[in-house]
Write a protein that binds this ligand. Structure first.
Ligand code: NAP
Length: 269
């Protein structure tokens, strides 16, 4: 069955790069109008390049600058999108950063930076999205759901990660945010789920794949023996945004080539 997201507006945070750009392209290919969000003026060109590719393939969208960790900017972004595009049907909470350090050396700035973007940013955008979903109500011409939120979490939602306490904590917390929202707004027909990627080839983790040695070492963690691509995540996002997944809410879906089967136990532990 062909999935159509026609006439639906999707906001993908942090979509000037990597997984977010991949998701924006996939949602657009399924007919959604996409909002390519980028955080700072320096990323505008990259956002434009993503939109150019989408437009070149016949898709529709806009770019929008907003730092998702800033409440006033997020509120304004939603107001502007609703004014210009009518509503928002799909929110993909994707923007995320890493500021790695051994725990004893981790500064409060490193901790706060990661929690502010990865967790608070997802809270702020989800709150504004739910307000808009409830204001608009269900539009059966578009979807049987009142709105869809997809959080981009990580395998580190469940796998502890030494040297990345801030990042792993942010992703663990996203699971509870996602499940609480799914519970609180299920009766309103708002579906809320998380995608938990394993190793995906993007700029956030270049050192994990940019040399043969690094890639070989990474592949020892992945039974399926390849690194993931943004399009892998895009395909799942399309499914979760569509009515094909209408009975899925409150779920964390791992998309990791089997990383969470804990490959190091493959020889018996
Ligand atoms: P990426 O290529 O670095 O993309 C992150 C995006 O977020 C960029 O567009 C970035 O813009 C944007 N961003 C950063 N701070 C922002 C802010 N304050 N407001 C709005 N946008 C902001 O990394 P990625 O791998 O695609 O990561 C996307 C998401 O996937 C993250 O949540 C990450 O934790 C998650 N994830 C990635 C992997 C992986 O293996 N790659 C695995 C599991 C989970 P700039 O580039 O301009 O900073």
């Amino acid at each position: 069955m062909e999935i159509s997201l026609k006439n639906q507006v999707a906001l993908i945070t942090g979509s000037s790069s990597g997984i977010g750009a991949g998701i924006a392209k996939s949602l657009s290919e399924s007919g959604a109008t996409v909002v390519i969000n980028y955080p700072f003026p320096g990323a505008k060109e990259q956002a434009e390049a993503v939109l150019d590719e989408i437009s070149g393939n016949g898709g529709k969208g806009i770019i929008y600058q907003c730092d998702v960790s800033k409440e006033d900017e997020v509120v304004k972004m939603f107001q502007d999108i609703i004014r210009d595009l009518g509503t928002i049907d799909i929110l993909v909470n994707n923007a995320g950063i890493q500021k790695d350090a051994k725990f004893m050396e981790m500064t409060l700035d490193q901790w706060n930076a990661v929690i502010s973007v990865n967790l608070t940013g997802q809270f702020l955008c989800a709150r504004e999205a739910i307000k808009e979903f409830l204001r608009r109500g269900i539009d059966p011409a578009k979807s049987v759901a009142c709105g869809k939120i997809i959080h981009i979490s990580s395998v580190h939602e469940i796998i502890p990660w030494a040297g990345h306490a801030n990042y792993a904590s942010s992703k663990g917390a996203i699971r509870m945010l996602m499940q609480t929202l799914a519970q609180e707004y299920g009766a309103d027909r708002i579906r809320v789920n998380s995608i938990c990627p394993g190793a995906i080839q993007t700029p956030i983790n270049t050192t994990a794949w940019d040399t043969k040695e690094a890639l070989d070492s990474l592949l020892t963690l992945i039974p399926y023996n390849r690194i993931g691509q943004p399009a892998d995540i895009g395909n799942l996002a399309v499914f979760l945004a569509s009515d094909m997944s209408d009975y899925i809410t409150g779920a964390s879906i791992f998309i990791d080539g089997g990383m969470t089967t804990f490959e190091s136990f493959s020889t018996g532990g």
